[in-house]
Design a protein around this ligand. Structure first.
Ligand code: UFG
Length: 336
């Protein structure tokens, strides 16, 4: 019988792409999502892509009774916990919301898993836990800190998982530290779809390419980087999705915890990204150099060795695939 995975936040950007890879790998999947940052038609689109019905509960991870119902109705072998708030700037305005959704949300899920006897969990963490890294590429054992309430919640969740795992060896946790996700599924039926003006680079560039936004403000042109603009580790969302499948498999096979970076190990600048996207969209993309954004660092990119050694994970898709698949998604979406 297939193993069954609960995806909290499974209708969101990374969650929906991971859903496809899990189905492809032979897992049964149950989605729980409150649709606060996902469109309902994502579910229909997942049904088209996978050619099979999707099991989805609409609700909140803080709702313990709903979690109990899901665990009673399905024999869940593992959970992947995506459901969380993720905007760095917003987290400074509403820190309590971030702490409640992100930290209390994780506790709510863990307690429900404990009641149901499920002990394998993959947790969506972030390179934000490295704060301002002083070592590049960043290895997993680099010092952790935070520069925003959002970063605080991710670090608090990681530390909570570590304490829980230390208390009882039944728990198997996979902590995945994402770098900068980009791109979309090849079908162009799902992708990143922020309803407001995007905070992040890739969705912002995408909206400049579709003409929804006039120009990109490049935050800082005087960093100590090859072209003066910020350098990050962009990873294709389908690679990221595959990383989750490998993480769940490792947890279920070994029962051992792991913490890994999910990145490519390659750093690209803001201008590299802009130029690559302009190639994919076959048009020049207007931009101007603007002041630095508060809290940004010059360069962050992953040491991907541990993900390779522990999970057999290496990113396979490059910059051109990220830009082409994103453009394919946003240009078709705008025309439908
Ligand atoms: N940038 C611009 N203009 C924009 C948006 C971004 O120039 O309109 C630049 C930023 O200054 C930075 C780069 O593009 O140099 C990437 O910025 P993003 O906001 O896309 O991503 P960050 O690396 O700042 O943040 C991401 C995640 C966070 C996470 C962090 C961890 O969005 O959730 O990585 O390193 F905390």
């Amino acid at each position: 019988m297939s193993q069954k995975v609960l995806l909290t936040g499974g209708a969101g950007f990374i969650g929906s792409h991971t859903y496809i890879e899990l189905i492809k790998a032979g897992f049964d999947v149950v989605i729980l999502d409150n649709f606060s940052n996902a469109r309902p038609d994502v579910i229909d689109r997942l049904e088209v892509i996978t050619a099979s019905p999707v099991t989805c509960y609409k609700g909140d991870v803080l709702d313990g009774a709903l979690l109990d119902q899901i665990f009673a109705e399905h024999k869940i072998d593992a959970a992947i916990h995506f459901a969380a708030l993720k905007a760095v700037g917003e987290s400074a305005d509403i820190p309590l919301e971030y702490m409640n959704t992100n930290i209390a949300g994780l506790y709510s899920l863990l307690r429900a898993m404990d009641r149901a006897g499920t002990s394998a969990l993959v947790f969506s963490s972030s390179a934000t836990v490295y704060g301002q890294p002083d070592q590049l590429p960043v290895p997993e054992n680099a010092p952790r800190s935070y520069t925003s309430p959002y970063g605080f919640t991710k670090l608090a969740c990681e530390q909570s998982l570590e304490q829980v795992a230390a208390s009882d060896s039944k728990w198997a946790f996979g902590i995945l530290r994402y770098f900068n996700p980009a791109g979309a599924h090849d079908s162009a039926l799902i992708g990143e779809d922020p309803s407001d003006i995007p905070n992040n680079l890739m969705p912002y560039i995408a909206k400049v390419a579709t003409g929804e936004l006039a120009e990109l403000a490049v935050f800082g042109g005087d960093y100590d980087t090859p072209d003066g603009t910020g350098v990050r580790d962009y990873i294709h969302v389908m690679d990221l999705a595959r990383g989750h499948v490998l993480s769940v498999k490792a947890l279920l096979e070994t029962g051992q915890c792991h913490t890994v970076n999910l990145g490519t190990g390659i750093g690209y600048s803001v201008l590299d990204m802009l130029h690559a996207y302009a190639r994919a969209a076959e048009k020049p993309l207007p931009h101007r150099i603007a002041p630095r954004r508060l809290g940004d660092v010059a360069s962050v990119y992953a040491d991907p060795t541990q993900a390779r050694d522990l999970l057999g994970f290496t990113a396979e898709l490059g910059l051109d695939e990220m830009c082409a698949s994103s453009w394919n998604w946003v240009s078709r979406r705008k025309n439908t």
